[in-house]
Design a protein around this ligand. Structure first.
Ligand code: F6P
Length: 483
């Protein structure tokens, strides 16, 4: 890549670079298009700080298409990066979600390694880096997000050495023994080392990274620092992500959500216990194993005859084979369980393959007695934190996989090993039978954790650490991280 001059329109003091823009394109009946905000923790945390710092968000609009001009939406400057059909297949579905995703999630599924997917990954990362270089003001702070864009930090540094560059990985970072399978392991590590600060969900992931840099790239390291030959230092640290806790609490307290939660329990037939699972339909989430565990408890009569499981599975990455197969497997399992154990008008599993707005999610959280979150591996798992935030009365039980990043903080959950079906059954039963006093004690402690560590704390902690380490060429002041 040849270094690019900043365009005269470059004005952003804070640039977020993420695979997706925080908006969805809506096609109206007359064929015209408009944009709708896609609510998420990241955008709710970053929107205020972006507005205060002339921020720009660079990302893919989510479908195949030509270049679109930058535009503003809801006070945010958005810079679309176009992907062709072929790039969606090779960069997004291929290398990001069929190579890196399974490799970084403990090989829960077998990763595919294809050289042409890697070439597309390099090409698309270059495009994101060029867009960031073009839109960042002098000495700006650029925050690159997630596994789809691991090469951007080094590419961007080459184009714009004046920038302060941070990178945050939202998913797990695997141990050296697994990561080393990647044919392009060294290039990925060198890509990340273009950042000044590399953030992970957990301290263990940061240690995996430091160890790999020492082993595979040969740089000196000490604790959380990497010393590069040119004199630059890169820090690798944990910054556990969180949710917009106050936003969820407010939603859960709102009159329509309270009414909707009541309605949900009524529509379910006023069962004594409602178990709930809400996940993207992903093989890392352990949906199959948890439904089996629940159905065995029902078949054995352990739950009485009025417990139901509500499972919401949000459609995801549907053109990737492993996801298609998973959907068929879950469809079959739910059909079999309801066929064996359901009665007319009362299935034991209520399964919905759809995505719901935040209001409906909050109502489901309020309606559920036992939330079951059992991923085989998960960077954090925000559903677990959202459930806790919505339990305003301090009741409800959380059954949580010890392999979710959230288990590090939510120690008072009923922790399970999702590979151990009998162990899961025991914990689900324990959660179901626990006395209100015990549930209250556990939930109050978890609510304290989630309210003290919300997503805006996460964003400020990262940006403060990134800007604190500024070197002498820095001129701008630190972005104001809390508004
Ligand atoms: O957890 C990683 C992540 O990329 C999230 O940021 C995102 O919400 C989710 O996976 C689904 O991602 P996508 O639909 O872009 O593949």
């Amino acid at each position: 890549m040849s270094p690019r001059k900043k365009s005269s329109s470059a004005a952003a003091d804070l640039v977020v670079v993420a695979n997706r823009l925080p908006v969805d394109r809506v096609v109206e009946p007359d064929g015209s298009t408009s944009w709708r905000s896609s609510p998420g923790g990241l955008v709710s945390a970053l929107a205020p700080v972006m507005r205060a710092n002339d921020g720009a968000w660079i990302g893919w609009p989510g479908d195949a298409g030509e270049d679109l001009e930058p535009f503003s939406h809801d006070g945010l400057s958005l810079v679309p990066v176009a992907l062709s059909e072929e790039e969606i297949e090779e960069f997004y579905e291929g290398f990001s979600n069929d190579t890196l995703w399974p490799l970084y999630h403990d090989l829960v599924a077998k990763p595919s390694f294809h050289r042409e997917w890697w070439d597309a990954y390099v090409r698309v990362n270059e495009r994101f880096a060029a867009a960031a270089a073009e839109h960042a003001a002098e000495d700006a702070v650029v925050w690159v997000q997630d596994y789809q864009l691991q090469l951007v930090p080094a590419m961007l540094r080459e184009l714009r050495p004046d920038l302060r560059i941070g990178f945050y990985l939202h998913i797990p970072f695997p141990p050296a023994e697994l990561f080393s399978q990647l044919p392009w392991r060294r290039q990925v590590l060198e890509g990340l080392l273009g950042a000044d600060l590399v953030g992970f969900q957990l301290a263990g992931a940061a240690q995996n990274f430091i160890r790999l840099v020492r082993q595979r790239v040969g740089h000196k390291t000490h604790r959380d620092l990497v010393y590069l030959p040119e004199g630059r230092r890169v820090q690798a640290r944990a910054f556990p992500i969180s949710i917009d806790t106050a936003g969820f609490e407010e939603l859960a307290a709102s009159e329509p959500v309270v009414a909707r939660a009541k309605q949900i329990r009524h529509d379910l037939g006023e069962p004594r216990t409602v178990f709930l699972g809400i996940d993207r339909l992903d093989y890392t989430k352990g949906i199959y194993a948890r439904l089996r565990a629940f159905s065995e408890l029902v078949a054995e009569g352990e739950l009485g005859d009025d417990a139901v499981f509500v499972q919401v599975a949000t459609p995801s990455r549907e053109r990737v084979d492993q996801y298609r197969r998973l959907r068929d497997d879950i469809d079959r399992l739910v059909g079999r369980i309801n066929g064996d154990l359901g009665r007319i008008g009362s299935p034991v599993i209520h399964y919905m393959h759809s995505s719901f707005p935040r209001e409906e999610m909050a109502a489901l959280y309020r309606a559920a007695d036992v939330m079951v979150v059992t991923p085989f591996r998960d960077g954090m798992n925000l559903v677990a934190k959202e459930y806790v935030a919505c339990r305003l009365d301090g009741d409800g039980a959380l059954v949580l996989s010890e392999f979710a990043g959230a288990a590090n903080e939510l120690r008072q959950a009923f922790l399970v090993n999702p590979y151990d079906i009998n162990g899961m059954k025991t914990m689900m039963l324990q959660a179901h039978r626990a006395e209100p006093k015990e549930l209250g004690r556990r939930m109050r402690a978890m609510r304290k954790t989630v309210s003290e560590n919300d997503v805006s704390h996460w964003a400020s902690a990262f940006l403060d650490a990134l800007t604190e380490g500024r070197t002498e060429h820095s001129k701008t002041t630190r972005p104001a991280t809390r508004s």
